[in-house]
Design a protein around this ligand. Structure first.
Ligand code: FMN
Length: 404
């Protein structure tokens, strides 16, 4: 039975545990580039024990960014920063992963803390957005996107392929297509945003054509031994939007087109969602597990899985294969170490670089002053019954070990 610290092998890539830092847009790039800021915060998560580490969604074209300060992989000038990110993550034992995306009708906005509203195409920091259909998102995003022509859709595949080539060149070993969160892939999938009458709209088959063709374009250039995955906006929580039953069928088709893992999320194609799961722990897990069972493909999920017991149990119960953490990864770069201690796994400090780990294990001193919360009482009590000397329970199932 796997647990949160069991290594995970997909294709030719082994991740040291089941914990991913989920992609998170930082709004800190100049001309789409990554710099010291990105190298340091991503390196910190690798040093803190995360197995798979994503920078933010990286745009395949300049108008595929969310704001002018978002990252991209559409220009050679962006490669040096990305190579630095990959190199540090790899050196510290993590696997560098890339999320490729295009924001479609949700681009040309200002940062969330400036209000997140949309800028008109003529604004110096705005642009003419594109989408499957000329339908504005509405609310704070009022400007109507231009409907993509078939030729322009095909040009996007070429952009995906170029970005994927560069991604492999700079050292990424895992690639996720962003088809969720109201961005271009989610828009094609949702009847709320896609009302085309050609072969890219209407039936489920047509609304999934973009995803399959983009996967084909990437699979052709992305090394066969590296995982090709995607995050799908699998449900709009709206009667006229994307439906989960359809997502299960579509993921089956994607599997036939070379998909190695499905990361399940929501559509976010409308503000008028008819249910509000956002306070519920692990609310995507059940849906992800259905995909795992019915499609027979490894799955990942994020959303409210930051409690150690919750994250561990969804792996132990074999509901999902990887836990993608967003906010917990922002809040605590050492979330994996803290969690390993909290759950009583043996040798949590094997997750940090060996030179730190040695000191944390061996330097005499006052355990509570180490800077991480001490394991809770139940863990300490369990340790007492197993005679473990370092104050944590020995768990023979644990993937965390000296050699990890
Ligand atoms: C600051 C921030 C930026 C995000 N940017 C992205 C992104 O670029 N791509 C993406 O797929 N999800 C993005 N997300 C969503 C997260 O990856 C994650 O799915 C979500 O936060 C739910 O997981 P959590 O409950 O662990 O935070 C973002 C979330 C946050 C908090």
């Amino acid at each position: 039975m796997p647990n949160l610290f069991t290594p995970f092998t997909l294709k030719g890539v082994t991740v040291r545990n089941r914990i991913a830092m989920s992609p998170m847009t930082m709004y800190r790039s100049v001309d789409g580039r990554m710099d010291d800021y990105h190298v340091s915060y991503l390196g910190a998560r690798a040093a803190g024990g995360f197995g798979l580490i994503f920078p933010e969604q990286l745009a395949i074209t300049p108008d595929g960014r969310t704001t002018v300060s978002c990252g991209g992989i559409y220009d050679e000038s962006q490669l040096e920063g990305l190579a630095r990110v990959c190199s540090l993550i790899t050196e510290l034992g993590g696997v560098p992963a890339i999320q490729l995306g295009h924001t479609g009708r949700k681009g040309s906005v200002v940062t969330p803390w400036e209000g997140g509203y949309m800028l008109p195409p003529e604004h110096p920091n705005g642009w003419q957005t594109v989408a499957p259909s000329a339908i504005a998102y509405g609310g704070d995003l009022p400007y109507t996107p231009k409907e993509l022509t078939v030729e322009e859709i095909h040009e996007l595949y070429a952009a995906y392929a170029q970005s994927a080539r560069w991604a492999a060149e700079v050292g990424f070993k895992w690639l996720e297509m962003h088809y969720a969160h109201g961005y271009l892939g989610a828009e094609f999938f949702s009847p709320l945003a896609n009302q085309r009458t050609d072969e890219y709209g209407g039936s489920l088959e047509n609304r999934t054509r973009f995803h399959l063709e983009a996967l084909d374009a990437v699979r052709e250039v992305w090394p066969e031994e590296y995982p090709l995955t995607m995050r799908l906006g699998s449900d709009d929580l709206h009667p006229d939007g994307a439906r989960f039953d359809d997502a299960v069928v579509a993921i089956g088709w994607m599997k036939e087109h070379g998909l190695d893992l499905a990361d399940l999320s929501l559509g976010f194609n409308t503000d008028a969602m008819q249910s509000n799961p956002f306070n519920d722990p692990g609310f995507m897990v059940e849906r992800a597990n259905r995909v795992r069972r019915e499609v027979g493909i490894p799955v990942a999920a994020s959303w409210n899985l930051g409690r150690p017991e919750a994250a561990d149990s969804v792996i132990k119960d074999e509901l999902i294969d990887m836990v993608f953490l967003g906010r917990p990864a922002l809040a605590n770069p050492h979330w994996p170490v803290w969690t390993a201690r909290e759950l009583g796994y043996d040798n949590p400090f094997a997750l940090v670089p060996e030179d730190w780990g040695w000191w944390l294990r061996n330097f005499r001193g006052h355990q509570p002053s180490i800077g991480l919360p001490e394991p809770t009482e139940s863990v300490v009590a369990a340790a007492a019954t197993t005679n473990e000397t370092r104050g944590v329970r020995v768990d023979s199932d644990a993937g965390v070990s000296e050699a990890a």
